[in-house]
Design a protein around this ligand. Sequence first.
Ligand code: CTP
Length: 332
Amino acid sequence: MNKISSTSLIGGAVVVAMAVGLYLGVAKRGLPPEGLGMGLWRKIKRKKKPLRVYMDGCFDMMHYGHCNALRQARAVGDQLVVGVVSDAEIIANKGPPVTPMHERMIMVKAVKWVDEVISDAPYAITEDFMKKLFDEYKMDYIIHGDDPCVLPDGTDAYAVAKKAGRFKQIKRTEGISSTDIVGRMLLCVRERSVSDSHNHSSLQRQFSHGHSQKFEDGGSGSRSGTRVSHFLPTSRRIVQFSNGKGPGPNAHIVYIDGAFDLFHAGHVEILRVARELGDFLLVGTHNDQTISAKRGTHRPIMNLHERSLSVLACRYVDEVIIGAPWEVSKDM
Ligand code: CTP
């Protein structure tokens, strides 16, 4: 009896040793063990170690293009760590930012696809910083939009990461940039200073996004440089930004409405506080005509869909009514 059990013990140990050997062998080569599909194998491996990706940026005057970049970056891995470039580094490489470091941090942290944030990140990925990302932060990949990111000396800011085979690219969102927003704001100031008697349409409908679109009226004066915004959100983009979940059966639903123009740190804070009052935060964004009527023809600077996407990307928001009425009537 003893002999039988010691034989089976030895036999068992041999089988376990072979299994471990096989596991280590295939794990080393990254292949699934026999009989295990590649999909399931990847899932098992991921359970062991989440795929961590890093995206850096200035995120100045945070807009839905930045949010869309973060959404795509998060989809590449399991955890997204964002490096917010320091004010000093932005000044050295691009010129002064409009929004300071602490505000840019608030904005990035508020985006629902962001898991961790690193402050005062460098503008370029150096050998040293890349080593820190891999060793300390356990990053797998470094991600950036498909626009060239060139340093003042003409070199590529991501050359080191590309060389190491740890760089991945996502598609830049067309039609929006911080420069574009500043342009719209400058036009806004100019429009206001010309004359209130002009029946100007709101600015976001007049300013283009730096593409070679034709000037609308081709003339000179205050209206000559104003062009039409071509931003058209698709239903797919709205779905990508949405949570896709309604409130639970006994949820406390909180409603807040507003323009949410040039989405900023103050908006983030009020949405955070509003969300804390209940279980589900419904946000109403007023339409462009309403805002123009209430706040002046030069407003809003971002159109209804642009404003709604920024609100939707915020982690405290559950759902958005795109074009909510100004008044919360009894029916509403
Ligand atoms: N990004 C994007 N689409 C945009 C603007 C930015 O995908 N319309 C991406 C960039 O490619 C980058 C990240 O967002 O990966 C952070 O961009 P940032 O460093 O803030 O700088 P810019 O690319 O200069 O953005 P902007 O022109 O709006 O300032």
